[in-house]
Design a protein around this ligand. Structure first.
Ligand SMILES: Nc1ncnc2c1ncn2[C@@H]1O[C@H](COP(=O)(O)OP(=O)(O)O)[C@@H](O)[C@H]1O
Ligand SMILES: [Mg+2]
Length: 423
């Protein structure tokens, strides 16, 4: 049922119907099996009773004829009969379907017990052959004899009833196995189609981002040269002309040009993700370098760092990791309005490096968290929205991944993981 929650409604409905239908089929076969179990005892009982009545009638008609039971067994199509016998109250066999036993006396306390009952008594007993048979003891009156009370015993093989039971059991088990198998198949198909969907979605996304990246690169490139000319002239005029009335306007031109420059830088970085340059370097040193960039200018923000690596030397793309760390730390520092704490933790497990950056900043709402890594998503007045998009792309390029957890007004935790030795 849990799975249904995550399915598209259309599929969920089909699966729900299939589930109800198959559950019903399984329930039905199990119920049939239980009914067969109950009726197998009933069948034996009524068969024995029917034979008993017939024998009683025959005895009344013909009296004690030694051949009677043998003839009955031969003539009647009662395959289930194991034996039939007539005992007197002392256990002496007066009639038996196996003629050689006539005249013998059996020491069976059940005979006296059954004779005390007015009606038939049924039980199960083991034969000398080891087979378990169903027994019905019926007290009968033979008026030509004295005393007239005798015990008619009918022993039935259980296999015909057991056969029906076995069939019902096989039927029930087969139904359960087939339904189980069908469900496994359906589930495997569902997983497979979901994976295909996911794959196609990622392919489309990849194409989309590649196109966007190419466009961005062209634009950034075109903007860069005129932009540096504008900025350069504004700076030149500002320095040469000490005319105070122009100063504020020139400052705006310079500031905005700088902002555009960092945007074009980000755009170019973003679009040149693909190429990877591996080198061996000390991750500890790199982290110290990056931390130093922030401790210089982040005033009221305290940065705490803990590095627990078995081997600080790693083989990966140093510049990409530097970029990733700078972008994540910049966001962490940006998120803190007044005083706050940024904790950096680096550790290693099974040749995978984990670096977490946790801040006590303002956090993100659900919508922001969902979109944080999308290019151009920003909630900052002067943000480019490319920082985390670059982090995401770079992390992928070094066979790593980024995971973000955030809570509004509490803080954010970004976890980066990547291979220690990039293959
Ligand atoms: N540590 C953080 N705390 C709170 N919000 C964050 C954090 N990191 C990222 N964000 C949110 O994700 C958005 C996108 O971040 P990013 O891609 O780096 O672009 P930018 O920093 O230019 O806005 C940010 O504008 C901000 O809303
Ligand atoms: Mg950023």
């Amino acid at each position: 049922m849990l799975v249904l929650k995550f399915m598209k409604p259309r599929y969920a409905l089909i699966y729900l119907f299939a589930l109800i239908f198959t559950a019903f089929a399984v329930f039905n076969s199990v119920a049939q099996y239980n009914a067969a179990k109950r009726s197998s005892a009933d069948i034996l009982n009524s068969t024995a009773y029917f034979i008993g009545i017939t024998l009683d009638q025959a005895l009344k008609r013909t009296g004690l004829d030694e051949e009677l039971f043998l003839d009955i067994v031969k003539i009647q199509p009662w395959e289930e009969i194991a034996f039939i016998a007539l005992y007197n109250k002392d256990g002496k066999i007066l009639l038996h379907s196996s003629k050689r036993l006539v005249g013998e006396t059996v020491d069976d306390p059940d005979i006296a017990k059954s004779l005390e009952n007015a009606g038939p008594v049924s039980s199960y007993t083991d034969l000398e052959t080891g087979e378990m048979v169903y027994i019905m003891d019926i007290p009968v009156h033979i008026h030509s004899l004295s005393p007239s009370i005798h015990l008619l015993r009918i022993a039935l093989h259980k296999y015909s009833a057991e056969n029906a039971l076995r069939h019902a059991k096989i039927h029930a088990i087969t139904a359960v196995i087939v339904m189980g198998f069908l469900w496994m198949l359906a589930f495997a198909y569902y997983r497979y189609s979901k994976r295909i969907d996911e794959f196609q979605r990622k392919e489309v996304e990849k194409k989309h981002f590649t196109m966007l990246g190419e466009m961005a690169a062209v634009l950034a490139h075109e903007i860069r040269s005129p932009l540096s000319a504008i900025k350069g002239f504004a700076q030149f005029i500002n320095e040469k002309n000490r005319d105070m009335s122009n100063e504020e306007g020139l400052r705006v031109i310079i500031d905005e040009s700088q902002r555009l420059e960092s945007l074009t830088d980000d755009l170019l970085t973003y679009s040149h993700t693909g190429k990877v340059n591996t080198e061996q370097f000390s991750l500890t040193e790199l982290m110290q370098e990056v931390e130093r960039l922030f401790t210089a200018g982040s005033g009221s923000v305290t940065i705490r760092k803990s590095i627990r690596l078995q081997n600080e030397m790693i083989l990966s793309d140093k510049e990409k990791i530097r970029h990733i760390l700078i972008n994540i730390l910049q966001n962490a520092v940006d998120s803190i309005e007044r005083d706050g704490l940024v904790e950096i933790n680096a550790y290693e497990k099974d040749d995978i490096i984990y670096i977490s950056v946790k801040d006590s900043g303002k956090g993100m709402d659900k919508e922001a968290l969902k979109n944080a890594m999308n290019p151009f998503f920003t909630t900052k007045a002067r943000g480019t929205g490319l920082g985390l998009a670059i982090v995401y792309n770079f992390a992928r390029a070094i066979h790593g991944s980024v995971h973000i957890e955030s809570e509004e007004n509490t803080g954010t935790m970004v976890l980066l993981s990547f291979e220690r030795i990039l293959k």
